[in-house]
Design a protein around this ligand. Structure first.
Ligand code: BTN
Length: 334
């Protein structure tokens, strides 16, 4: 068996202990698994304990996992991933999107994942700021190097929104969850997640894309000016999701949907599932078009991710996210 590097060994130990669901795993088995000495296993276990993993060690029985901390750690995220990925995890960073861009410039591979516990210069859409307070939210970015036409890239934002919704559902967040077109995740009519996709293109091809996802997992209070339109999963449901697990689940879901998207380079394979989560569907929307706004009923998306809107005269027009923005007639979404 191959010798296992230190970080990888910790990742695999977490995975093995977790799979045993509270049963003991012998030290001997772990030594064999990684072709290392008992002392090396013991050291790795101690480092995990220092990171907050509660692991019981009993002579002649081995080790068993009692609880996992809600910490953002590379090994913890990796232990939940369903495919190999290059993972970078920071206590603090300006913006995970910026870091992902920097890594891309240094040749980081497709699928590189950057996560941070806190962002000091988090970026939102339309030049706004995005706050990621320490220990209570998720900031993650995924680097993509797809061979697709640049004009198809904006659809990836809708793919990402679908992935986040799916990952949240898998973690028990179901009631009241939906997508406000094109890519805001909304829970009980309040925004809990935003997505910022940035792209570097050459003349006619994409060099790389960074998909940045911010999720308010357990933020407990919001500034006065946004408290009526923003919330967190904890505030809305009482559920405190382990953030490393959610980051990995979002990543795993993203690649499931991304593979479907890549087959056709459009949303034809995802449209139905997206429409089921679309909060605007069958509701009145106000389209804020710089060339002149109008009202209508949202019907769902087309295979390019544009919103199909039925006008009062019965005509149907397709609205593209880059050009216009959509408001619910009454309040934030509805
Ligand atoms: C929005 O305005 O709705 C988009 C917010 C996107 C925030 C995320 S947090 C992770 C990534 N890094 C950033 O600086 N922004 C995105």
């Amino acid at each position: 068996m191959q010798h296992c590097p230190d970080g990888k060994m910790k990742t695999e130990i977490i995975r093995i202990l977790r799979e045993q669901k509270g049963e003991f795993v012998s030290g001997e088995m772990l030594c064999e698994q990684f072709s290392v000495s008992r002392n090396a296993v013991w050291k790795a276990i101690n480092r995990l304990k220092e990171q907050g993993f509660e692991i019981e060690s009993v002579t002649k029985k081995g080790y068993r996992l009692i609880s996992e901390p809600d910490l953002l750690a590379k090994e913890s995220i990796e232990s939940y991933l369903s495919r190999e990925a290059s993972v970078f995890c920071f206590d603090e960073i300006d913006s995970t999107n910026n870091e992902c861009m920097r890594l891309a410039g240094n040749g980081a591979p497709d699928g590189t994942l950057v996560a941070a516990d806190c962002q000091t210069g988090g970026k939102g859409r339309r030049g706004r700021n995005w706050t990621t307070p320490k220990g209570t939210a998720i900031a993650m970015s995924i680097l993509l190097r797809p061979q697709i036409a640049p004009q198809n890239a904006p659809m990836l934002t809708l793919v990402s929104a679908l992935a986040v919704a799916k990952a949240l559902q898998e973690n028990g967040v179901k009631e009241g969850l939906g997508i406000k077109w094109p890519n805001d995740l909304v829970l009980n009519k309040k925004k809990i997640c935003g997505i910022l996709t940035e792209m570097i293109t050459e003349v006619d091809y994409i060099n790389h894309i960074v998909v940045g996802i911010g999720i308010n997992t357990h933020v407990e209070s919001f500034p006065e000016e946004i408290k009526d339109i923003a919330s967190s999963i904890l505030l809305e449901t009482g559920i405190k999701i382990n953030r490393s697990k959610l980051i990995a689940d979002v990543y795993n879901c993203f690649f499931r949907y991304y593979d479907i998207f890549l087959k056709t380079e459009d949303l034809s394979g995802l449209k139905e599932e997206y429409d089921r989560l679309l909060l605007n569907k069958d509701r009145e929307v106000k389209v804020l078009d710089p060339k002149g706004g109008f009202c209508g009923t949202a019907l769902g998306i087309n295979e390019r991710g544009e919103l199909r809107v039925k006008l009062p005269n019965g005509e149907i027009t397709d609205v593209s996210a880059g050009e216009v923005s959509v408001r619910g007639l009454y309040g934030y979404v509805l």
